[in-house]
Design a protein around this ligand. Structure first.
Ligand code: UD2
Length: 321
């Protein structure tokens, strides 16, 4: 009886050992299978733990190292998507067009259908820029203005009209960008989404109470204490055409209604955009890599600057102070 018990114990122990070895082997191979191609590709650049990569409403926050550009391009390429860009160059700001357009050719949605719409009061001063295959440039005349605030804010109206008159049913996505900026790195399919906002480089490390939202309750751009998510840039936003149309239409009408009551929000259309994005959460948020400022030294978490505002002398280039 004792002998049988001893043998049984040995068999049980050996079986347990064998099962253990088998379990380790199978789980190891399963890991390779399940984490194989896709996962390893996504994490190929290393995942990011030093920055917020998803918002509390589950929108991705795009930083270098959080996406696979090759995989993303291969998803969008067969869809033959088209991307429109708006850029305004009124008064002395025409001087920024050449660099903006040339660097866009190098870095912005390379290999995709891109149509750049330049709004200017001086079409004769348009620089000659060679556009690549599948890429187009259209110039639209706009009146000049004596107030930079008006030029900046009127963009919403002109974007709304452009979408209604020209782009509807012809373009999938649109991005609206400041002209006094240059591209320095890839800006591509990773930025696509329904409603896309860019986190302002000047405030992303600050507490929400420091954000320069419009704080007067009389304004339609008002964001109260404890409200708001990020502080977003007025200098870059975009998304699906219908989403940007809704944004531009709302910001324009709120800006104009405020103006009728003698109120101009602290940062013009940027304030209205921030209010809009607080109520209508963006489905994709781009990190400050997508609009840095040349005068700011690059912070450690910013591995790459993709688009950045040039240093400018406001007193020299704006029509008013
Ligand atoms: C910030 C925003 C800008 C806008 C503004 C508030 C960023 C990087 N920039 O920039 O988008 O929200 O605050 O109104 O987030 N423009 C002309 N001619 C002029 C003046 C302006 O064409 O005489 C156009 C031009 O496209 C320029 C844009 O308006 O890029 C914004 O003006 P800005 O760059 O002078 O505004 P800024 O630097 O205060």
């Amino acid at each position: 009886m004792q002998l049988w018990n001893g043998k049984t114990l040995t068999v049980i122990l050996l079986s347990a050992l064998l099962l253990g070895v088998l379990y380790c082997y199978i789980s190891q191979s399963y890991r390779v299978v399940s984490l194989g191609s896709v996962w390893e590709e996504i994490t190929a650049d290393g995942s990011r733990t030093d920055v917020v990569t998803v918002t509390p409403w589950l929108a991705p926050v795009v930083w270098e190292g959080t996406f696979n550009p090759v995989l993303l391009d291969s998803i969008y390429k067969p869809q033959n998507i088209s991307v429109a860009v708006t850029v305004f160059a009124v008064g002395k700001y025409v001087m920024f067009l050449k660099d903006f357009l040339e660097t866009a050719e190098q870095y912005f949605f390379v290999g995709f259908n891109v149509h750049v719409y330049v709004f200017t009061d001086q079409p004769t001063k348009m620089p000659q820029v060679k556009m690549g295959s599948g890429r187009q440039l259209t110039v639209r005349s706009v009146p000049s203005s004596k107030r930079w605030q008006e030029i900046s804010a009127r963009r919403m109206e002109l974007i709304q009209t452009l979408i209604e008159e020209k782009l509807r049913n012809r373009t999938d996505y649109i991005f609206c960008l400041d002209v006094d900026s240059k591209f320095h790195g890839r800006w591509g399919t990773e930025s696509l989404g329904g409603l896309v906002a860019v986190i302002h480089p000047g405030y992303y490390r600050d507490d929400r109470s420091q954000f320069p939202y419009e704080r007067r309750p009389q304004s339609r751009a008002y964001v109260g204490p404890g409200q708001g998510d990020f502080y977003y840039c007025g200098g870059a936003f975009g998304g699906l055409l219908q989403e940007v149309h809704q944004l531009a239409k709302t910001c324009r009408s709120n800006f104009e209604a405020d103006a009728k009551e003698g109120i101009e929000a602290a940062w013009q259309e940027e304030s209205h955009l921030n209010r809009y994005m607080w109520i209508n959460k963006p489905s994709k948020v781009l990190s400050p890599e997508y609009l840095w400022q040349d005068f700011k030294p690059r912070n450690a978490e910013v591995y790459i600057v993709r688009f950045s505002g040039v240093v400018k002398n406001y007193a020299e280039i704006r029509p008013n102070v």
